[in-house]
Design a protein around this ligand. Structure first.
Ligand code: PLP
Length: 346
């Protein structure tokens, strides 16, 4: 094993970065300016910097993939650009124009092109971040903002084979409430989720499933991923976007791929009772979660305060794996990109 292979094996996901980053600044007078590539380096922040106190911080996550012809393409970056702007709007932050967002990706991936991994399942994970940069303790939206784009070469999320997760239904804590920030990709949502994640781990679970915050009855998401339910009769169901769910790009793509496969695709409310009962009566065959980092993760077992149940044989479902291979194939350029999702950038 070479040293770089060893590093890949041992470095935790997202802990290694390329040599460069891209930054841009927003000032009320000039708007956005100074989009530049620099060496990857620490940020210098005054202790009074607004983001450290009041949490105006948003981010994105998307991947650049090595293509069979040697070029590099990114999966649906306009979707992330649009969501980044929507997140900014919700947190009363300056919205980065889509063209600057896309230009920052082009700049960094071209600069660190030799760090785009080439093996199947590997990719260059791109992490755009925007923070409030005013140095003052006034509790008002910051006037100035800092945009930073960093990149992390990542191995296949499931280096040792796809394995199903065990999930904890969080009936005590909530991730998002009506009128809140659940649909924005903001740092605070993750901070608010960590105690429940810890509680789930104490129950022997890998992930937490979030329920609606009013009745704790309807299924929303799993950790930082959206959920799908495969019912008999070729029905593919995902929780509808109520305003408290994060609208995933992967979720949207799987809805389209499901239609391509001739499945009956539904976005609707699904309760924890329906989940447990339809597993018991055999009509719910597979459950999986989806998101940029892991693409698709099978859900094998559910635990909640009053018991637990296993989905199917607890393994990875057939349709789950078929969708995973199709999506990864499109991203890696080995399956036809009929929906024109891939953007060549380097
Ligand atoms: C980012 C995220 C997702 C998945 O979105 P993708 O665009 O598919 O990566 C789902 N839920 C939450 C809470 C997220 O932050």
């Amino acid at each position: 094993m070479s040293t770089s292979e060893q590093a890949k094996e041992t470095a935790p996901w997202g802990s290694q970065f390329t040599d460069h980053m891209v930054t841009a600044r927003y000032e009320p007078e000039q708007g956005w300016s100074d989009l530049t590539v620099t060496k990857y380096q620490p940020l210098q922040l005054d202790p009074s910097t607004s983001v450290l106190h009041y949490g105006q911080a948003i981010f994105e996550g998307l991947k650049a993939y090595h293509q069979p012809d040697g070029s590099v393409s990114v999966f649906r970056p306009e979707q992330n650009a649009a969501r980044f702007a929507r997140s900014a709007h919700r947190l009363a932050m300056a919205e980065l124009p889509e063209e600057l967002f896309l230009e920052s990706l082009r700049l960094l991936v071209n600069e660190d092109r030799d760090r785009v991994p080439t093996q199947s399942g590997e990719s260059l994970y791109l992490r755009p971040l925007e923070i409030a940069s005013d140095a003052r303790l006034l509790t008002q939206p910051s006037l100035s903002y800092l945009y930073v784009l960093m990149a992390s070469p990542v191995a296949d999320y499931f280096q040792h084979g796809v394995h199903p997760v065990r999930v904890w239904l969080s009936t005590e804590y909530s991730r998002a409430m009506p009128g809140g920030t659940g649909a924005a990709k903001c740092a605070g949502n993750y901070a608010a989720a960590m105690l429940a994640q810890k509680q789930g781990a104490e129950q022997g679970c890998d992930q937490v499933v979030w329920l609606d915050s009013v009745e704790h009855r309807f299924v929303e998401e799993m950790g930082g991923m959206n959920l799908f339910f495969v019912f008999s009769g070729n029905r593919l169901v995902t929780p509808q976007l109520t305003g408290t769910l994060l609208p995933g790009v992967t979720r949207d793509s799987i809805l389209t791929l499901g239609e391509d496969l001739g499945l009956q695709v539904e976005e609707r409310l699904i309760s924890t009772d329906e989940w447990e009962q339809s597993v018991a009566d055999g009509s719910l065959l597979e459950v999986f979660a989806c998101g940029t980092a892991a693409i698709i993760t099978p859900v094998g077992e559910v635990r909640h305060p009053n018991g637990s149940f296993v989905i199917g044989d607890g393994g990875s479902g057939e349709l789950t794996m078929r969708l995973r291979e199709t999506l990864l194939g499109i991203q890696q350029g080995t399956v036809a990109d009929v929906h024109n999702w891939m953007r060549h950038i380097a």
